[in-house]
Ligand binder design. Sequence first.
Ligand SMILES: *Cc1c(COP(=O)(O)O)cnc(C)c1O
Length: 474
Amino acid sequence: MNYLSTRGLAPQLRFSEILLGGLASDGGLYVPESYPRLSAADLAAMRGMNYRDLAFAVLSRLIDDIPHDDLRRLIDRTYTAEVYRYTTNGENAQDITPLKTLEPGLHVLALSNGPTLAFKDMAMQLLGNLFEYVLDKTHGELNILGATSGDTGSAAEYAMRGKRGIRVFMLSPVHGMTRFQQAQMYALQDANIHNLVIRGVFDQCQDIVKAVSNDLDFKARHRIGAVNSINWARVAAQSVYYFKAYFAATHSNEQSVSFSVPSGNFGNVCAGHIARQMGLPIEKLIVATNENDVLDEFFRTGVYRPRPETQHTSSPSMDISKASNFERFVFDLTGRDAARIRSLWNAVESGGSFDLKADGLFDRVSDFGMASGSSNHANRLDTIRTVYEVYGTMIDPHTADGLKVGLEHREPGVPLICMETAQPAKFEDAIREALGIDPVRPAELADLESLPQRKHVMDADVHAVKQYIVDHAG
Ligand SMILES: *Cc1c(COP(=O)(O)O)cnc(C)c1O
């Protein structure tokens, strides 16, 4: 299985060669040369499999340059009831992603029972084990540099803590994360984890990471890598739970289901698109955005128009102005026309937009089962309240956005599965505002905020960050 760039000008590579990288050398994103197609017999064999068996069935079709015994071992070590133990409603941790049924035909898929209580653990935990495996083979070292507004940084740190050959330098803003999110990251005492707290906002953190990554000499000398949401292995690993949810919500492979996905960078929903391309019977993939509705606008109008500014909302992990994985979907939408992608993103990268309505391409969006909608602060609080009152279940603000939009597209006879992307404990202010009570939280994390913290506070200064890396990268 080769991987090729959406822009067609970068060399084709194997899975292990794109694992540690970010963008392809031509600025595009790597995708499989073709999607492996599961037959009816394959799908029949998968029904009834546990999470680890399913993960192997899906990922071994996408990864053919890691011996299958090794891949199996890495998967078995990643997806355990011990790692995904933070259940709150008496769910069975053995399910890894338990399906909670609100009423017949309406489900929530718990993706946030991992160490940081957000769905990013689902892929990041595997990434940590894959990175360690590949670095071990090559006796390599990697210094991961990233910026976070909350969930990505903690997921990366919990996945990489204590890993041989890996150090993490994670920039986070002094303001903007919840106290829970801060405590999660800063309470880590592992020597290979470095929390750089920047006196500034998230955008400044991101600008510093870009500036360091653009210094190619520095980047090569200090073996700087990333774990951002365009990483192919993350997207691939996320496609597994679409299969798990499908089999849990249906009785036969004749049925199809719809998924509603709280979306920001389009990573999660892109994984659903891939599961569908591999043959999973998905009726609709419903893209739910918050007030930052660049994706909803596209799926309603055919116009993709990244915004100059991000709005700060009460579902902060979806606060994006452009959706970095979206190019993978549009590549398939154009019939994999790399020249077309180059010209579309040429417009986007020079600050413009594109419109796929004019030439009929947009009509094909429905062939891919895509639908969308957006949510705002009032909708979010309403949904949290209604779900609590009617079903006795507490959901977080991102999941609320997904549920709100999902219900707008619900069809009779088609089970609707809403992705739970975080636990309410991470966003206690929003929960208090909606319900007037504190969110439920796994007992083990009761005292998280009172643990000693390990962090390095510094100005928003590229040189200072580089110097810190030089001093600590070994
Ligand atoms: C990252 C995140 C999202 C957005 O996921 P994408 O893959 O970027 O679309 C939604 N909800 C939560 C809680 C997140 O952490």
